[in-house]
Design a protein around this ligand. Sequence first.
Ligand code: BGC
Length: 333
Amino acid sequence: MSRLSIMAYTFGTLFFLVSCSFSIVYGYKVVTHDLPDKQATAEKYNYHFVLVPEELDNEYWRLVEKGAQTAAKDYGVMLEYVGPKQANIDDHLKTIEMSAASKVDGIMTQGLSDEQFTPLINRVVAGGIPVITVDTDAANSNRMAYIGTDNYYSGFLAGKALIADKLGKANVAIITGSFYANHQQQRVKGFKDAVKKEKGIHIIDVEESEISRVKAAEKAYQILKDHPEVNAFYGTSALDGIGIAQVVEKYKKQDQVYIIGFDTLPETIDYIRRGTIKATVVQEPFEMGYSAVKMMIDLIKGESVPSVVHTDTRILRIVDLPVSQLDRKVENR
Ligand code: BGC
């Protein structure tokens, strides 16, 4: 072999070996590039939970999520917040099904109805995934626990507040988030029971807003048109009072129309501060989310957890606002 061919042969072999090692190293990286993340995720989190609300971008649910995410951080939980963008029962049920299929460690959701949510919750629990109902209970299901407002009692409180504020005399229209959902039905029932012995209180109409502020406003407008005798509104979900207040302000009826709503979103507080909404039922969404995660961990560890935890519920009026909120500039309008 000539010197030239020996050199060419040596170079060729070296080149071959170098390119082989490159292919092996980079080929391995391509195939396994996901692996380190997954390992890190598994190491970082103790559990994987899902929180499924009825409406993802609803400000009230964002507070529940905030509580749940805070607890998730405190206890090393990977928390996914997934559900329908706008209230939609089929999407809600599908999201629960999909979460169960992906074998998460626990599901937190509402028990909106006995017809559709109870059988699904029972199937998920039978499949070995614990379910905690939050905000709305499916009391007849096999859910492990419920944390949230006592919805009947909260409606009852609203009724008593209206009696006190209107001195036992009012023609009331109710706008409820949904005729379908357990908690909304209970909030209406509690209210009706509270006022039923009051001879001066008449319930003139009950309408549904589909938990949309725009629909609540449309319904309020229609009610005022069809029933001019209505001088009080009761809105049973977070955006109902706000929708009603928009209409009442637009037609300058603040002095003639009493409004009692639900929740303490910034806009609700602004309307209370301005005197348009006279009272609201306070719920504790952050606390619901936080404690639901904590309870789920306790359940998985086999610790005993109460089957029903009622979070605090009370009435808030302008006199209950801290001075700092009375001075606040009008935002979110
Ligand atoms: C209820 C939630 C509901 C929300 C709608 C709240 O008062 O507790 O269940 O999704 O209102 O805005």
